[in-house]
Design a protein around this ligand. Structure first.
Ligand SMILES: *Cc1c(COP(=O)(O)O)cnc(C)c1O
Length: 371
């Protein structure tokens, strides 16, 4: 049997992306804006492909982690506002040049940004102010308010267009009290900010699971990452979300082993019985880390699990297909709509985000759109 897939590819299903976007939109009020987080190459897929499609179907905002990722989107023709969640001051001038909006999270970054905006003759350059409400990663504390207002009163180079914070455990129902505390603290801080500024910027605090689990945290905009991309069908997310990315490959060769034969480097697998193996052209340089080797990770062939045996090589893995009727050239999947990334990741002690964001650039991205 031949397959439609001829090599290792990451398929990006745009109709699933549309489905997820529409589904998540149905969970928020019509007045609430939708920001799509497309950091880390769109969670390992392809930021430009994702963003181009999302822009077409009406997303209001994008966010990336770094300035370089924002530039990639601008160079792909994206005109929607782009928030940079964690910009480094060394890149502020580039950020302005590419019309990106910084998340300003400390007095140091605020001071530096005002300096760069002023030097570049900006007037009311849009910035987002980030407060820490309990994640303790980046963000001003409540005691930063006076400093922010003081700095603003001395410049017209910048304008606060939004205030944000980030939830620490919105997917975890046992941490409900903590999350409610974060939401209340954000409300308290933003009430003070609005009063001191004399206008109301956009307020945003929710990530995908906040969007799904805490309607009271939607404020004016939500920031959805995984939800849009549906990576995982993770129990912690929502069964309605569809996986957007599928990692597929083909069988390069089949070997029939006698008892005592070994497989791969360091002979890490030794056959105790007659064993049939299939070699697949994907390895740790493609993002299948060593931890998936030695029967931790698996691939799906003809609807059956085939466990990786021996060590993962740089460019290949070998899987056990003793009980699977398959031949060279047959399609296999590491994850797809039926066998999700979260499940594969969990068996190797990690999460789907790590599996997905590790997929190397040399793996070809292919777009499918059933609509
Ligand atoms: C990554 C990120 C998000 C999106 O998180 P998901 O859990 O993937 O929805 C939202 N906001 C910030 C600040 C982030 O860093």
């Amino acid at each position: 049997m031949s397959s439609s897939v001829k090599e290792t590819v990451l398929e990006i299903n745009l109709s699933h992306l549309t489905h997820n976007y529409t589904y998540l939109k149905s969970k928020i009020d019509a007045t609430v804006k939708m920001l799509a987080v497309v950091k880390a190459s769109g969670y390992g897929s392809d930021a430009a492909i994702m963003a181009t499609h999302l822009e077409k179907i009406g997303v209001d905002y994008f966010a990336v982690a770094y300035v370089s990722e924002g530039i990639t989107l601008r160079e792909a023709g994206i005109t929607t506002p782009i928030l940079v969640l964690h910009p480094q001051p060394v890149n502020f001038e580039k950020l302005i040049k590419y019309d990106l909006e910084p998340s300003i999270y400390s007095l140091r970054t605020l001071t530096k940004f005002i300096e760069v905006a002023t030097l570049n003759k900006q007037k009311e350059y849009p910035i987002h102010i980030k407060f820490n409400s309990g994640l303790n990663r980046i963000g001003f504390g409540e005691n930063g308010i006076d400093h922010i207002i003081d700095k603003l009163s001395k410049t017209d180079s910048i304008k606060i267009v939004a205030i944000l914070s980030h939830l620490a455990a919105s997917e975890d129902h046992s941490e409900r009290d903590f999350t409610v505390h974060q939401i209340n603290l954000f409300r308290k801080i933003t009430d003070i900010m609005i009063e001191r500024l004399g206008y109301r910027p956009l307020l945003h605090q929710s990530n995908t699971s906040g969007l799904l689990n805490y309607p009271e945290a939607h404020f004016d905009m939500v920031r959805a990452g995984i939800g849009l991309y549906g990576y995982g069908n993770d129990a912690k997310y929502d069964a309605q979300l569809k996986p957007v990315a599928s990692l597929k490959s083909v069988i390069s060769q089949i070997h029939k082993l006698e008892p005592g034969d070994s497989v791969g480097y360091n002979r890490a697998f030794k056959a105790s019985d007659f064993t049939k193996t299939a070699t697949i052209p994907i390895g740790h340089a493609d993002g299948i880390s060593r931890q998936y080797g030695n029967k931790k990770g698996f691939v799906m062939i003809k609807g059956k699990q085939a466990f990786i045996i021996g060590n993962v090589c740089m460019d290949m893995i070998m899987v056990d297909v003793t009980n699977i009727d398959c031949e060279e050239g047959d399609e296999i999947s590491i994850f797809d709509a039926n066998s999700d990334a979260a499940k594969v990741a969990e068996l190797s002690g990690t999460i789907s985000y790590e599996l997905l964001t590790a997929i190397a650039q040399r793996v070809k991205r292919i777009v499918i759109d059933d609509n």
